[in-house]
Design a protein around this ligand. Structure first.
Ligand code: F6P
Length: 342
């Protein structure tokens, strides 16, 4: 009887997940496994919603954004009796192992279940904040998307001689904002890792004005914090199943303050969920394929409790505990470079 591998996609989606699912199916079926798609992340294992993937069901999906399996932010550890349900369903479905594709939260669940469930993780998040992996699936596409948006906002900001504050996702990580800001030629980049001050922001805008540049682009990561210990700007106090509040609104706050303090006509644009949509870049698809194949190889080799990663440019594996519990530091050298570019 063929062994079965379950695969789930949880947390915030992105654009190259389907490329990973297709690669997982092709590699695993070539080794004689059956692949069971679990619907809507961990919710599917709590409720027992699954469907067997076939060559047909993963055909033509490499260029489709989102995830054919659906996603949710369900945390079985936060729902009474759900962890037991997950274990029961894994038994009932006779799953030999599972592959979890997602960020810290989704992969954190399988990390906690190590020793009881044979699992392998794959990093997937536009935040690209998973330790020991240079890339998470979805990041490269989001980076290009945000860069394109900055380009588009540049022209109207220039024409109207305004300041534009562009709010970028990333939760507590500034990797997306920093890199897209540099690629898009932003004049000021605010990231959660470095508290900001209005004096510093206005100094750059004033300096540009003196040089005859009467427009400026500020890229603000949604999780950036002002110096002086103030909190992040949140959209809703309500927390999700993993305890996260919804960030959002920093762009508007900063825009108002720039207008008030600097007397510059200022607008803000929150790129929101646009950042997670669309067709994946070629590079993102290749990353997804490589991580998908690696995850199946890890199962074949019995390397459970591990995550497939790209570290130092090479596909490898790292313990889930390390990947999930350690922080991924921001590249401060790159941040310092970004401060010169205005
Ligand atoms: O973690 C990915 C992410 O896009 C974050 O950057 C953002 O803060 C969050 O998800 C938004 O979550 P939701 O889609 O649940 O609003």
């Amino acid at each position: 009887m063929a062994k079965k591998i379950g695969v789930l996609t949880g947390g915030g989606d992105s654009s190259a997940i389907n490329a990973a699912l297709r690669a997982i199916y092709i590699k695993a079926s070539s080794l004689g496994y059956k692949i069971i798609g679990i619907e809507d992340g961990w919710k599917g294992l709590v409720e027992g919603n699954t469907r067997e993937l076939t060559r047909g069901s993963v055909s033509g999906i490499i260029s489709e954004g989102g995830t054919i399996l659906g996603s949710s932010r369900t945390n079985p550890f936060n729902i009474e009796g759900a962890v037991e349900k997950v274990k029961e369903n894994i038994k009932k479905l006779d799953l030999y192992a599972i592959i979890t594709i997602g960020g810290d939260d989704t992969n954190g669940v399988i990390t906690k279940l190590a020793g009881e469930i044979q699992g392998v993780g794959i990093p997937q998040t536009i935040d690209n904040d998973i330790a020991h992996s240079d890339f998470a699936i979805g990041y490269d596409t989001a980076l290009q998307l945000v860069t394109d948006c900055i380009d588009n906002l540049h022209t109207t900001t220039f024409s109207h001689h305004r300041v534009m504050v562009i709010e970028v996702m990333g939760r507590d990580a500034g990797i997306l904002a920093l890199n897209a800001g540099i690629a898009g030629g932003a004049d000021v980049i605010l990231i959660p890792e470095v508290p900001y001050s209005y004096e510093d922001i206005l100094q750059v805008i004033d300096e540009r004005k003196k040089q005859g540049k009467n427009f400026s682009i500020v890229v603000a990561a949604e999780g950036a914090k002002p110096a002086g210990g103030q909190d992040q700007v949140i959209k809703s106090e309500e927390t999700d199943s993993f305890g996260h509040v919804r960030l959002g609104g920093i762009g508007e706050v900063i825009a108002k303050e720039i207008e008030k303090r600097g007397k510059y006509e200022t607008r803000s644009t929150n790129l929101g969920h646009l950042q997670r949509g669309g067709t994946a870049t070629a590079y993102d698809r290749i990353i997804a394929v490589r991580l998908g194949i690696k995850a199946v190889e890890m199962i074949q080799e019995g390397k459970f409790g591990m995550m497939a990663v790209i570290e130092g440019g090479r596909v490898s594996s790292v313990s889930l505990k390390k990947a999930i519990n350690e922080d991924k530091p921001i590249d401060m050298e790159l941040y310092e470079i970004s401060k010169l570019l205005h």
